[in-house]
Design a protein around this ligand. Structure first.
Ligand code: OFO
Length: 174
């Protein structure tokens, strides 16, 4: 016997989250293009992979809605910024955005609790863990950028480090 269909309130909130995740992807892709434009290919690589991961997040909600017999409703994605003052500024904005996403996930958890929707509650546990990891990654890079300050050599070294990040599709994760 399958789970009963998702309630309307939960469904609407999950569809809204697909848009949030796709906007995250758009924002990081825009940051990737900006890093390319200032010659920081390693930073651009890191953001490009982040953009791909955000599409995976959107697809996780998308697949979930369909698996519960719900209807996916895609909506307009807003335009992201195109420029930042510095690599530090871009990562501070990234952290701020992830804190917003963490709040969105927490709000979804609250709805799942109120609606007594155990299946969605379980799905959201993965996102809670993912948000902890993402905020920690951003904080680590922000700390490095603060230590580096204006040093061109430090930025060059960090660019080399961020160039080593590789994309792992979600389905291949443990
Ligand atoms: Fe960046 O975790 Fe999804 O949005």
């Amino acid at each position: 016997m399958g789970e009963k269909m998702i309630g309307e309130r939960m469904l609407e909130a999950l569809n809204k989250q697909i848009n949030e995740e796709l906007y995250s992807s758009y924002l990081y892709l825009s940051m990737s293009a900006w890093f390319e434009s200032i010659g920081l290919k390693g930073f651009a690589n890191w953001m490009n992979i982040q953009a791909k991961e955000e599409i995976d997040h959107a697809m996780k909600f998308y697949d979930y809605i369909i698996s519960r017999g719900g209807k996916v409703h895609l909506s307009e994605i807003k335009e992201p910024p195109h420029e930042w003052q510095s690599p530090l500024h871009a990562f501070e904005e990234t952290l701020k955005h992830e804190q917003h996403i963490t709040k969105c996930i927490n709000d979804l958890v609250e709805i799942a609790e109120e609606e007594k929707d155990r299946a969605t509650f379980n799905l959201l546990q993965w996102f809670i863990d993912e948000q902890i990891e993402e905020e920690a990654n951003d904080e680590e890079i922000i700390n490095k950028l603060r230590m580096i300050g204006e040093s061109g050599n430090g930025i060059f070294m960090l660019d080399r480090e961020l160039a080593t990040r590789v994309y792992t599709p979600l389905k291949e994760e443990k």
